[in-house]
Design a protein around this ligand. Sequence first.
Ligand code: GP9
Ligand code: MN
Length: 431
Amino acid sequence: KKSELDTVKDYTTSHYAAPNAKMYGIAKGKNVIVIHLESFQQFLIDKKINGKEVTPFLNKLYHSNSTYSFKNFFHQVGQGKTSDAENMLETSTYGLSTGSLFSQLGSDNTFQAAPAILNQRAKYSSAVFHGNVASFWNRNNTYKNMGYQYFFDASYFDTTGDKSTGYGLKDKLLFKNSVQYLERLQQPFYVKYITVTNHFPFTLDSEDTNFKTTDTSDSAINGYFQTAHYLDQSVKEFYAYLKKSGLLKNSMIVLYGDHYGLSNSENTTLAPILGKSAKDWTAYDNAQLQRVPFMINIPGIKSGKVESTYGGEIDVLPTILHLLGISSKRYIQFGTDLFSKDHDQVVAFRNRDFVTPKYTVLNGKIYSNATGEKLDATEAVQKAVDADQKKVNKELSLSDSLNSKNLLRFYTPKDFKKVDASKYNYADGLQ
Ligand code: GP9
Ligand code: MN
């Protein structure tokens, strides 16, 4: 009888998408800097409020010819929110159907995650910078099992008084005060910045913003544009440092929004700001707002553009590995390289709803992306959608069995050395 691991492996092997030869290795050997844009939704890109761009710096990056930007990229998180996004990016496996994988399984599971892969395949060092306490979402334990060498959490920074908001150190200070550690990391490095200031309830001290925002009845919406603007300025300041230090030209910067900031219940108040009618707002519209930015900025290239490929957080790891010239074929990963001609454009949400380039399927109801209207599906469309739904269900359930049964402990990819979490002591920092 086939083992459960083999069933999973058979699926990911047959689902694997070979790299695009034009893209493979274009960022080989570069540092990788992942910037996690907290609660940042795609609609912020190019959005103007009172005649002013909310995120002018990110807009420029988004449209730059040194950036591959994706306009049909969706978050796929469940209840684990930030930690689910992190798990997908680090492992290309899904979060769990309830709760947070980091919290439930992060302390004990075997991971074959980005920091370990990059270290073993291409000698990358690795670190996370985050202005909240290390125990939030059980990161301190999970990161060790993923092979992160360093974790600079709140304890490394002065977070007192007005230096913090609800979830920790303000983003400008996180970027600025991380430099002392970043500069001592051996290159090439794989580092991740998890920002926090653009987080519900989106409040900011008045000294940190002069952005003139909306005046809706919903203070979260009004605040959202201000904290997003602040995040934009934070990234801009960090880029100025990267440029001045010379790191920029040796790095690939990956920016992504982890999940929605405004919830479905707030979307009807948001609708008029997006030029939509609140009274015609539907579940379809809520689903479309689950787009988040995904940008790969590789300073020096000229071929960057806004891509319309559909994809999500599950696809990031194989995409990045291939850009670095590292084959992903030997790993168990559920996503596929966004640049591959075999990339799978069916984007699964954690609740089994899904989006394809043509359809949005919510609770079995099919909406046309072209019209936003519910479809009376022809037999052929229904058949295609049923096949996609079956695949989505299968993929999520195989990922769940892989993770909840810790099946990776039985699998050793070629040359992979199991991560030894006891090697890492995040209190030591970089001496
Ligand atoms: C906290 C931060 C927020 O450390 O990452 O997590 P979220 O509430 O967005 O899941
Ligand atoms: Mn988050």
